[in-house]
Design a protein around this ligand. Structure first.
Ligand code: UDP
Length: 321
C-alpha cells in the first residue's frame, strides 16, 4: 500500500491515477484546502486530514501496511510565500517533519518527494543539471530545499531511502480530460492562456525584453502524465538510488511560443497585453534530464508543445472542478 499526501492536488491526482492503472493500491491524505475531491481516483482510499496531524497519520499507518510514501502535499504559490513565509515554512517544512517522524515510528523508509527547479534559484547556466548550485530566491524554493536537506540527513542517520524529484514547469491534463489543472487563484501561463481564449479575455505577457530569441521568458514545460510516470519509476528504483533528480523535457519554450501553440490547437485568436517583467522571473530555465533517463529509465512522451497544450485545452473545455 502506498500513502500519497496531496493526492487531490494537480500532480498528486494524476500520479494516483497512473499508479492505480499500474496495479498499485493507494491511500490519499489531503486537507482539500487547494486539492479537489473530484480529482481523487475512485480506486484510491481517501482520508481528509492535514499531513501535520500526526494522529491522523498514525491511524493510517496502524491500519495499513504502508510500503512507501509519495509526498506531494505543499503550498506552492511563489508570490504568497514571499508575503507569508511562515505559512510556507510551517506547512511545507514542519508537516514534512511530522510525516517523517510517523514514518520512523512505523519503520517506513521509502519516500518520493515533490521538489522543484525553484531550489536552483537564478540559473548560472542552462540546461540546468543536478550539480547546479542551489540558491533559491523565495521562501517556497527555500522550503523545498530545506526538505531535501532533511532527507539527506535522515538518510545518513536513519537509512531513509528517498528520491526528490525537481520538477520544471508542470503542464497539461490527462488524455481523457478527466483530470487537469485547477488552481484558485490560477497564476500559471498555460491555463491562463487557455482560459483567456475560452473567455475571450486577454493574457498578459510579463516582459518582452529578455535575452531570448523572441524577448519572452523560456521555460521547460513537462507534461503531468510524464511526471506521474517518473514518480512510479522513482518508487521502483528507491532500492538502487537515493538523491535528487530533475524532471523536465530538456526543451525550452518561450511565452510567445506557448500562446502560438494554444492558438493553433484551439483554432482561435488570443488577445495579448504586453506588460512589464514579473519580479523574480529568470530569462531561461530548462533542464538537463540525463540523470532521470539514466537512473529511472524515464523518457518523457510529450516533447511536442502542441500535444501538451492540446490536453490543457481539452481539459478546459470539459472540466468539472
Ligand atoms: N507568464 C506570463 N503571463 C502570465 C503568467 C506567466 O507571461 O499571466 C510567464 C512568466 O513570466 C514565466 C512563464 O510565463 O516566464 C511561466 O510562468 P508560470 O507562472 O506558469 O511558471 P513559473 O515559471 O513562474 O514557475
Amino acid at each position: 500500500m502506498l500513502l500519497i499526501t496531496g493526492g487531490a492536488g494537480y500532480i498528486g491526482s494524476h500520479t494516483v491515477k497512473h499508479l492505480a492503472d499500474n496495479g498499485y493500491k493507494c491511500i490519499v491524505i489531503d486537507n482539500l484546502i487547494y486539492g479537489h475531491i473530484e480529482a481523487v481516483d475512485k480506486r484510491a482510499e481517501f482520508v481528509k486530514a492535514d499531513v501535520s496531524d500526526k494522529n491522523a497519520l498514525r491511524k493510517i499507518f496502524e491500519n495499513n501496511k504502508i510500503d512507501a510514501v509519495m509526498h506531494f502535499a505543499a503550498y506552492a504559490y511563489v508570490g504568497e510565500s514571499v508575503k507569508d513565509p511562515q505559512k510556507y515554512y510551517t506547512n511545507n517544512v514542519i508537516s514534512t517533519l511530522h510525516l517523517l517522524e510517523v514514518m520512523k515510528e512505523f519503520n517506513v523508509k521509502n519516500i518520493v518527494f515533490s521538489s522543484t527547479c525553484a531550489t536552483y534559484g537564478e540559473p548560472k547556466y542552462t540546461p540546468i543539471d543536478e550539480k547546479h548550485p542551489q540558491n533559491p530566491i523565495n521562501p517556497y524554493g527555500r522550503s523545498k530545499l530545506m526538505i531535501e536537506q532533511i532527507f539527506e540527513d535522515y538518510s545518513k542517520a536513519y537509512g531513509l531511502k528517498y528520491i526528490a524529484l525537481r520538477y520544471f514547469n508542470a503542464c497539461g491534463a490527462s488524455e481523457d480530460a478527466s483530470t487537469g489543472e485547477s488552481h484558485t487563484p490560477e497564476t500559471h501561463l498555460i491555463p491562463l492562456v487557455v482560459q483567456a481564449i475560452k473567455n475571450n479575455s486577454s493574457i498578459k505577457v510579463f516582459g518582452t525584453d529578455y535575452d531570448t530569441p523572441d524577448g519572452t521568458c523560456i521555460r521547460d514545460y513537462i507534461h503531468v502524465e510524464d511526471l506521474a510516470l517518473a514518480h512510479r519509476l522513482a518508487l521502483e528504483n528507491l532500492d538502487k538510488y537515493s538523491g535528487y533528480i530533475n524532471l523536465g523535457t530538456g526543451i525550452g519554450t518561450s511565452v510567445k511560443e506557448i500562446i502560438d501553440a494554444v492558438m493553433k490547437v484551439s483554432g482561435r485568436e488570443c488577445k495579448i497585453e504586453y506588460a512589464g517583467r514579473r519580479e523574480g522571473d529568470p530569462a531561461k530555465l530548462f533542464a538537463n534530464n540525463e540523470k532521470a533517463k539514466e537512473i529511472l529509465g524515464w523518457t518523457p512522451k510529450y516533447l511536442n508543445m502542441e500535444d501538451s497544450v492540446r490536453t490543457a485545452w481539452n481539459w478546459e473545455m470539459k472540466r468539472k472542478y
